[in-house]
Design a protein around this ligand. Structure first.
Ligand SMILES: NC(=O)c1ccc[n+]([C@@H]2O[C@H](COP(=O)([O-])OP(=O)(O)OC[C@H]3O[C@@H](n4cnc5c(N)ncnc54)[C@H](OP(=O)(O)O)[C@@H]3O)[C@@H](O)[C@H]2O)c1
Length: 281
């Protein structure tokens, strides 16, 4: 049995679907089992990392697990540590952890230290692991849809920051490979798409797909920090997050990993957006 945490998320949902299609026994964890539908044969289990005891049932009888949540960077009680404790207690033999580009090896000291601690909960657990370190998800652009429903102006922070965006489908395919083979035991996999793009360029591609003239507005750095702080994050940490994203070439490296693991090129943004924005056209 393989447990997928974050099973309703961009990567997790793709991973559950893929594993189920491959005939793997899969259990999907969510805080809202009643609000979620998965493919036939998928076992659904309720689990909330804020309530560690709820994870006992989720990890019971599991051989391998995919670990993630969307916990805000800098949060005090690490969800990863809670998941790893549950995995250890259940005798899980193998985990695949969704981390971030460079895993805290570079960037703002506050942010980097948190990511190192997050990865450390896995790498120091004694459980065999594969660490996935993707750059920016293409699915971040899905946040534009509510603006596109109202008009042609889209507010895009970090609009001119170049990255190598990756499709959640590709991350899920790599995770599935790591969970179902021994190929990447105790390896760290830096992941990226195959092209360097700015969000401004991504919006231009979405405009072509939708056949609409779209206008980009980039909020100021201050406004971006305010926006993050309004979502509940300490303002100093929000400022650190913004600095972390903007500095250097963080998240803009092209890695050959997806092709090495899957034997095919990563999806381009054009391909991915064609699939996910098409219904708007
Ligand atoms: N977005 C990017 O560009 C990017 C880049 C690199 C790495 N990452 C990593 O990807 C992850 C987030 O991606 P995302 O923001 O796009 O998230 P997402 O795919 O929207 O997924 C959120 C998932 O987290 C689960 N979750 C949230 N709180 C939870 C809790 N208390 N207990 C258990 N599960 C919980 C949710 O489960 P429910 O069904 O219970 O709601 C949901 O399945 C983070 O680890 C981030 O560091 C993101």
């Amino acid at each position: 049995m393989i447990l997928v945490t974050g099973a309703t998320g961009h990567v997790g949902a793709e991973l559950v679907t893929r594993l189920a299609a491959e005939g793997v026994q899969v259990r999907a964890m969510t805080r809202r089992p009643e609000a979620t539908r998965f493919a036939r044969g998928v076992e659904v289990v309720e689990g909330d990392c804020e309530a560690p005891e709820s994870l006992r049932k989720a990890f019971e009888g599991v051989e391998g697990a995919f670990l993630m949540t969307s916990q805000a960077t800098g949060s005090a009680k690490l969800h990863t540590a809670v998941q790893v404790d549950a995995a250890k207690a259940a005798g899980v033999r193998y985990v695949v952890k969704l981390s971030v580009a460079r895993g805290g090896e570079e960037g703002h000291p506050l942010v980097a230290a948190w990511h190192r601690e997050d990865e450390g909960a896995v790498t120091e657990s004694g459980i065999d692991f594969t660490m996935l370190r993707p750059g920016r998800f293409m699915s971040n652009t899905l946040g534009w849809k509510h603006m596109l429903a109202r008009g042609d102006t889209v507010y895009v922070p970090f609009a001119r920051k170049a990255t190598t965006p990756i499709a959640p489908e590709d991350i899920a395919a790599v995770a599935a490979e790591a969970l179902t083979t021994d190929r990447f035991k105790n390896e760290v996999l830096e992941l990226s798409g195959a092209e360097v793009l700015t969000p401004e360029q991504e919006l231009a591609i979405v405009g072509e797909i939708l056949n609409r003239e779209l206008t980009l507005e980039e909020p100021s750095v201050e406004a971006t920090i305010d926006g993050i702080a309004r979502s509940g994050m300490d303002r100093g940490l929000a400022a650190a997050m913004v600095e972390h994203v903007l500095q250097g070439s963080y998240g803009a490296e092209i890695w050959p990993t997806v092709e090495r693991v899957l034997g095919r090129k990563p999806m381009t943004f054009q391909q991915w957006a064609g699939k996910h924005f098409k219904e708007e056209a």
